[in-house]
Design a protein around this ligand. Structure first.
Ligand code: KG4
Ligand code: ZN
Length: 338
């Protein structure tokens, strides 16, 4: 089964070709121009997807050395994300479907991240605990199969990536802030400042990051009313990052222990964080658990993870079930409610 997949839910335009479960190409074009606005501008994002999507799809077919006539199905991100951006990918896939008579598999973006550990490592077995940490979501999942999971924890307010981005903005570092804080933190002291670890001590698996952001805002206002001096950025970055990582790692490992599950996966944009990976490695070693984190190109938003999951859902036998193009985009959907 050869699948052409398309992802355009936020500020990456991406297309990939998947042959069974093997990734033949994964082209990702990031809309870096949002940096100057300090965040993603939805209207500009959808216009940019519209401009580039056709080229990106062509590039992915060329890189995979396959003609569209040899594709068996299309996969597309239909939820959640920026509505205009989702519409571009979704309508493009429907257009291809009509022209080439292909089924379309609509895929939930968070589900894509959720199974990216399986894409990374095909020896990973169910069940596993997965922490999905991105700019829009922070959630803990207990995953039983490609079609079944429970959400066991959710953020009550900001996502972890949002906290990284907003705190980076307070230090005038630019957007997206996560990779910048990661970079500066490498030369900083994690114990320089003691920032709150929200909900760390609570027995549930929920998160909250807006209080941390507010604490950092007041700290900067008090200590550095004229702006954070260059030489303080590494220490603040390292201390903030440590506070976020402490909570994410502790709750995920606790969830694995409580559920008697031995495999832990971290996915989504924030899973690129070097300190998060380092701390997970330390903890899983201690408890003799298995840890999987996708390579960088599968952490960020990418079409390969969308096509990979579609490949698990569609077979030659059920292909016709995906011929109905009446599916719509949904900006807010998190498939299963807690
Ligand atoms: O999954 P993703 O590419 O897009 C969403 O679905 O949201 O995640 C983007 C988020 C941004 O908040 C970005 O700052 C964060 O991932 N991020 C990082 C790192 N790389 C990306 N956060 C911390 N450390 C990183 N190295
Ligand atoms: Zn994402």
């Amino acid at each position: 089964m050869k699948i052409l997949s398309i992802e355009s839910s936020c500020d990456e335009t991406s297309a990939a070709v998947i042959d069974d479960s093997s990734i033949k190409s994964n082209i990702i074009s990031s809309q870096h121009f949002h940096n100057k606005y300090g965040g993603v501008v939805p209207e500009l994002a959808s216009r940019s997807h519209l401009k580039t999507i056709s080229e990106i799809v062509k590039d992915s077919l060329n890189k995979a050395n396959i003609k569209i006539n040899n594709i068996d199905a299309i996969a597309v991100t239909s939820e959640p994300g920026l509505i205009g951006s989702l519409i571009v990918g979704s309508n493009f896939s429907k257009g291809l479907s009509i022209k080439y008579n292909l089924p379309v598999v609509p895929i939930n973006h968070i589900d894509g991240h959720l199974y990216s550990g399986c894409l990374q490592d095909d020896t990973l077995e169910f069940p596993f605990i997965c922490l999905v940490v991105s700019g829009g979501h922070t959630a803990l999942f207990k995953v039983y199969s490609y079609s079944s999971y429970d959400i066991i924890g959710l953020t009550k307010d900001d996502a972890a990536g949002e906290a990284f981005d907003k705190i980076a903005k307070l230090m005038n570092l630019g957007y997206p802030g996560g990779p910048l804080i990661d970079k500066y933190a490498k030369s900083g002291n994690t114990d320089a400042f003691n920032f709150p670890r929200p909900m760390l001590k609570e027995g549930n698996f929920d998160f909250s990051f807006s209080g941390l952001k507010t604490a950092v805002r007041y700290f900067i206002r008090r200590e550095f009313p004229n702006g954070v001096p260059e030489e303080k950025i590494p220490d603040i970055s390292a201390s903030v990052q440590e506070a976020i990582v402490d909570v994410l790692v502790a709750k995920t490992i606790r969830a694995a222990k409580k559920n008697n599950i031995n495999s832990v996966v971290v996915a989504g944009g924030v899973s690129a964080n070097s300190r998060l990976r380092e701390r997970f490695q330390e903890r899983v070693k201690k408890f003799n658990m298995r840890f999987v984190a996708p390579d960088m190109e599968y952490c960020m938003d990418n079409a390969a993870m969308i096509g990979f999951l579609a490949a698990k859902k569609i077979t030659s036998d059920n292909k016709d079930n995906f011929k109905n193009l009446s599916f719509t985009v949904n900006p807010t959907a998190l498939r299963a409610k807690k």
